[in-house]
Every structure is written in C-alpha cells, then in structure tokens.
Write a protein that binds this ligand. Sequence first.
Ligand SMILES: [Zn+2]
Length: 251
Amino acid sequence: MTIDMQYFDVYYFCHLANESMGKFEYIKTNAEFTERHFEVPPQDFPKISVLREYCFWLVDRVLCEQADSISILGEVVDFDPICWMNQAIFKYKQIDTSTKHIFDDYCDDYLENYNQYIEALDRISEGLFYEVVESVAVEMEYILFQNRDFLLRFNEQQASFFENNPRKRTYIPEWVKRAVLFRDKGCCVFCKKDLTGLYSLLEDNEKHFDHIVPLSEGGLNDVCNIQLSCQKCNLIKSDSSRTSTLYQSAY
Ligand SMILES: [Zn+2]
C-alpha cells in the first residue's frame, strides 16, 4: 500500500494538531471531537483510526472557523478558505475550480458564501470537498503516526473520556501488529532491542504490543495507541502511560 504524498499545507495542520494537544486553551475546541465518543462509542481497532478521524475533523473545523472569522471581522486574517480549497483541489484532483463561477448568488456574508461554495463543489464532482479533506487527513495521519510523543498526548486526551468506563481488552488484529512492527522498525521503542528475530533469537512471548495509554486509564483499542515493546521494558512500564521519544538517526 502506498500513499502519494503531496504535502499541501499538511505540516501546517500537523503543527496545529501537535500544538493544540493537551494545552489548556484548546481543551474546549478539541473536546468537540472527543465528545463524539459519547454519541458513537469507538469500535475496537477500526480500520479508519481515531487519529485519521481527528485529522479529518481538524481540517474541516479549521476551514469553517476561518470562514466564520472572516465573516465576523470582514477581512482575511490567516488564509482564505475558498482560495485554499481551490488550490488544494487543483493539487489533489487536477480540477481547476478557481475560474469556474460556481456560486448561485454571491452575498456579503463570507460564511454564507463558503457554505454555498461547498455545496456547489458537489455539482462539479460529488463529494469533492470531503475527498480533498480526506487526502490531507491521510497525509497528516502518516506524519503524526510516526510521532510517539504526539500519540501519547493524543491518546491521553481520548482516554480522559473513558477513565470511568474503560475499554475491554481484546484481540489485537494482525494488520495492527504489522503496522506497529513496521513503524517501530521491529525494535522495542524503549531499549531498541531487535524483536524481528533476525539478529537475535527470541522467546515466543518476547514481542509485546503494548497500549501507550493503558486500557485501565481509559486508553483506546486503536492502532494509534499501540507500540512495540520487549518483555523486560513492558514489565517496567507496567500500567502507566509511557512511550519513548528515541529514534534511530539515518546518519
Ligand atoms: Zn525493551
């Protein structure tokens, strides 16, 4: 499976995700996402991870927030979401929407225009807006999935909603094990011991797929909450939320 990475402002959104995680001033905004767990309880190890869902939600939320602030202030502060979306559509779909007159009736209220614009995009291609937001979200997930410090803070935030109602331990699917083994390069994230069995022979029970935020603390059964650990480090970690920020440098 490959991803065609276009990096269209993807680092900007990753930065927003990383900066907002666990910070007091953003708790209320991010809670809008986490509170959705109350309405639709998370599945165990969904193929579309909670991290992907968050990335999708964040891009959509930021675009809408921008449109709203232009509407109130009457001027563009950070970026113009309609211009941004036109460029993103061209980058990801090679469709030039900037020259097309797609509004039915253009009005003075920016937010109204923005909502009309999203609807009008459907007439060019059904679901175009959400396909492009999804493309950005997939790239964000790819980048953020590598960042275990972010994953720890992200999962702690999700876990705060399940502290009193912990998720049950369940079978970890093979695709999750493969994904985590691949990301952590077959090594224990804490002591870097090779767990592939290629450099040293392992006991059968030595490879641990460990919850970054434990189930007992409200952690989710989700691919973004699992890390690779050796038996020794797993015993030391016990039932605490912990990860490692050590990575092997390429040179
Ligand atoms: Zn270890």
